[in-house]
Design a protein around this ligand. Structure first.
Ligand code: GDP
Length: 466
């Protein structure tokens, strides 16, 4: 790993500006195969790639263009692309997707919506579609688990990229029929989808790519279509200034032995260097601190537990990196991180404050308490509650703590003696106090279910009052 010791990111060897790696998120209903698909992509890429071709990242996996083109064989001609490859965010699911914002938009440039061909569209598929629509994120549907379904007849002359004949085989229980159902559901949700998915054939429609995360069939096609999609939707902000101050989003705030509290960050713009001053969104106010160390996982990190990380001097977008710095305890997952190089710190603090203000949730004098794992999910729940006309008295990122119970206990209405906990833990003290004070804590990791549960509870109270 000679020249990757100091720099990561596919553009790192150049100066000036260039196109950065598109950031890809994987979404879909639980058990439809998001994790398996990511594992398969990583696995295939590692097998196909030259040693060291896959850059390990924190929270993300970079698959360079040459590896994709090797995997895709005749499907693509790498000279057609100006993009360095694809950076997959490793945490699948739409929680992390809606969390991962960059300057008010989605951090991911494109997305893969995984749909189990046997199961079709499910609640979280619809929720994911909503988010994709709202954030205007281009996406591809990976129709997964094709190995379990009959009726998939690969064409001899097109060993990896196949088309489904629109008029052919729509018999019951065949893969073709399932794919048509998916296309139908997409169209019910306002997306026109293509029956076939030739890279050359993008017409503004959603590509549906049949894949098996188990056997790997279709994965090269998926990567190819993703490259085509990125190329097509290449946005201006994919131009990174290769020496400009870095901008990123916090994935996680984590205690790391030997380093204290660290941030797992996806850097979407510019460069971050050791000793840079950074500004990070914090619980009370932006945190201004200095980068002590930039960490990447060591190859085979799992067996070298003693030294899981290696230090690098700088990281170029797009990349996942762990940042070690003092005073990070109050940093918030989902918050922005900005490097304050070449600009007065106050300006950068103001920029971070402005970004955070966009996500702030309106609270009322009376209402329920909401806790969520990240800023993005907090915002998504707040939106759902606003639509349901449920007032919020306190909305915060973090586990349910005694202080939340105390706030819920002061409610003026039994309907408000409630805490909604999205993807967070309830601390034991808080749990006990909630029990003692008869505060209801609803926990879920699906937004609409959380809101439904609460609405049922309200309906019950109203019935009891009649
Ligand atoms: P996630 O919840 O969306 O991340 O789903 P997982 O990746 O954990 O997959 C859920 C289950 O489906 C696991 O038991 C996987 O082994 C299985 N699975 C995922 N993809 C495939 C596939 O393509 N074919 C088959 N047969 N099983 C799959």
């Amino acid at each position: 790993m000679s020249d990757t010791d100091t720099t990561t990111g596919p553009n790192a060897d150049g100066e000036g500006s260039g196109l950065r790696t598109p950031i890809v998120a994987v979404l879909g209903h639980v058990d439809h195969g998001k994790t398996s698909l990511l594992d398969k992509i990583r696995g295939s890429a590692v097998i196909e790639g030259e040693a060291g071709a896959i850059t390990q990242h924190i929270g993300a996996t970079a698959v360079p263009l040459d590896v994709i083109s090797e995997l895709a064989g005749s499907l693509i001609d790498p000279s057609d692309f100006d993009l360095p490859g694809l950076l997959f965010i490793d945490t699948p699911g739409h929680h992390s997707f809606s969390t991962l914002r960059a300057r008010g938009g989605a951090l991911a440039d494109i997305a893969v919506l995984v749909v189990d061909v046997n199961d079709g569209f499910q609640p979280q598929t619809l929720e994911a579609l909503d988010i994709l629509k709202r954030t205007q994120t281009p996406f591809v549907v990976a129709a997964n688990k094709i190995d379990t379904t009959p009726g998939w007849n690969p064409q001899e002359d097109a060993p990896t990229l196949r088309t489904i004949d629109a008029q052919s085989d729509r018999a019951e229980n065949t893969l073709n029929q399932r794919l048509y159902e998916i296309i139908g559901e997409l169209s019910e949700n306002g997306f026109s989808a293509d029956m076939y998915w030739r890279v050359q054939d993008f017409r503004g429609n959603i590509g549906v790519v049949p894949v098996s995360a188990l056997t790997g069939e279709g994965v090269p096609d998926l990567l190819t279509v993703l490259m085509g999609l990125s190329q097509r939707y290449m946005k201006e902000d994919m131009e990174v200034n290769l020496s400009g101050p870095g901008a990123g989003t916090v994935l996680e705030v984590k205690e790391e032995r030997g380093f204290g509290t660290t941030l797992d960050v996806v850097l979407y713009d510019g460069v971050v260097r050791t000793d840079d001053t950074i500004v990070v969104g914090g619980k009370n106010e932006p945190i201004v601190t200095e980068v002590r160390a930039l960490l990447q996982p060591r190859p085979l990190a799992e067996i070298r537990t003693e030294k899981r990380f290696e230090q690098v001097e700088e990281v170029t977008a797009a990349a996942g990196v762990k940042i070690a710095a003092p005073d990070l305890d109050d940093a918030i997952a989902g918050a922005p991180v900005r490097v304050a190089r070449g600009r007065p710190v106050e300006e950068v603090v103001a920029a971070v404050e402005a970004e955070l203000a966009e996500i702030e949730v309106d609270t009322a004098e009376n209402g329920i308490v909401v806790k969520a794992d990240t800023l993005g999910s907090l915002e998504a729940i707040a939106n759902a509650l606003e639509e349901a006309e449920v007032p919020i008295v306190r909305a915060e990122v973090g586990d349910v703590a005694p202080r939340d119970v105390a706030v819920a206990s002061t409610a003026d209405d039994p309907k408000h003696e409630v805490i909604l906990a999205f993807n967070v833990d309830v601390l034991p003290d808080a749990e006990q106090q909630a029990r003692e004070r008869d505060i209801r804590v609803f926990e879920d990791d699906v937004i609409y279910q959380l809101v439904d549960e609460y609405e049922e509870f309200v309906a019950e109270i109203e019935r009891a009052q009649q």
